[in-house]
Design a binder for this molecule. Structure first.
Ligand code: FPP
Length: 257
């Protein structure tokens, strides 16, 4: 398995276009309520924004896009809304998988899928297999995902695979392969739409040095131009990873000469 640089152990390469973008798609319900439509209409409209953003990321060379579709806490929503989201999820997997493969996009799911309907679990498996060799973009959907769940499942599998390891022998490098996103570098850019400024139990471990971008735009209105605004903001960030500005400047100078 490929392992990626940990931002706390080594300084990763930085680029103007983020390699990995992670998004919390918030505001579907409010988008619909503002139009006197049922909340679920906002989720259907949100699917249109998902298509636009996936295709634009593929076009401009983002390598990994990760979307938070359903959190481990979203089961607390009214059962009709949860049911609708599940149907929408299954329908979109069925409808989009060929198009993803044609566009060289590989699909991955992270999260505890065991609570999902068997039809969804089968469709996920089929979609992952069908797109497994695609290299243009890795598109990850986080479903029944929680950052704490991820850390716990990694710990549990790690302990099981390494019985008898002493506490001082446990290192980040040894743990890394057990996280559900071990196949991807840590996100460079996190985007949350819908005006709230929190991480809501998304990729807690992986966001250690991610740049955090918040916008009031509601998810169904988030389009290519909004994505480019986020990239523009990102390209102006000084990513120090714990170093000082002076150290960064001298590194830039030594790269030039
Ligand atoms: C948050 O908006 C959005 C969700 C919980 C669901 C996101 C799902 C989609 C965009 C459609 C399906 C996506 C895929 C990848 C198949 P909210 O309902 O919390 O909005 P609110 O804060 O305005 O109530």
């Amino acid at each position: 398995m490929t392992t990626h640089t940990s931002s706390t152990l080594a300084v990763p390469q930085v680029s103007a276009i983020p390699r990995h973008v992670a998004i919390i798609m918030d505001g579907n319900g409010r988008w619909a309520s503002k139009r006197f439509m049922p909340r679920v209409a906002g989720h259907s409209e949100g699917l249109g924004a998902v298509r636009k953003i996936v295709e634009e990321c593929r076009r401009i060379g983002v390598e990994y896009l990760t979307l938070f579709a359903f959190s481990s806490e979203n089961w607390r929503r009214p059962p009709e809304e949860v049911g609708f989201l599940m149907k929408l999820f299954l329908k979109s997997l069925k409808g989009e998988v060929s198009r993803l493969a044609e566009n060289d996009i590989s699909l991955r799911l992270i999260g505890d899928l065991s609570r999902f309907d068997p039809a969804i679990q089968e469709m996920v498996k089929y979609s992952e297999e069908k797109t497994a060799n695609c290299r243009g973009l890795t598109f990850t959907i986080a479903a029944n995902y929680g950052g704490r769940w991820d850390i716990l499942q990694a710990m549990r599998r790690f302990v099981e695979a390494n019985p008898g390891l002493k506490p001082e022998q446990v290192t980040e490098e040894l743990l890394q392969p057990y996280f559900s996103m071990a196949y991807a570098p840590e996100p460079d850019l996190f985007i949350r739409t819908g005006g709230e400024q929190r991480v809501s139990n998304f990729l807690l471990w992986q966001l250690a040095y991610t740049e955090l971008y918040f916008t009031d735009v509601l998810w169904p209105d988030f389009d290519e131009s909004e994505l480019h605004q986020a990239f523009q903001w990102f390209s102006q960030r000084e990513r120090r990873f714990g170093r000082t500005s002076a150290q960064l400047a001298s590194q830039v100078m030594s790269d030039v000469v």
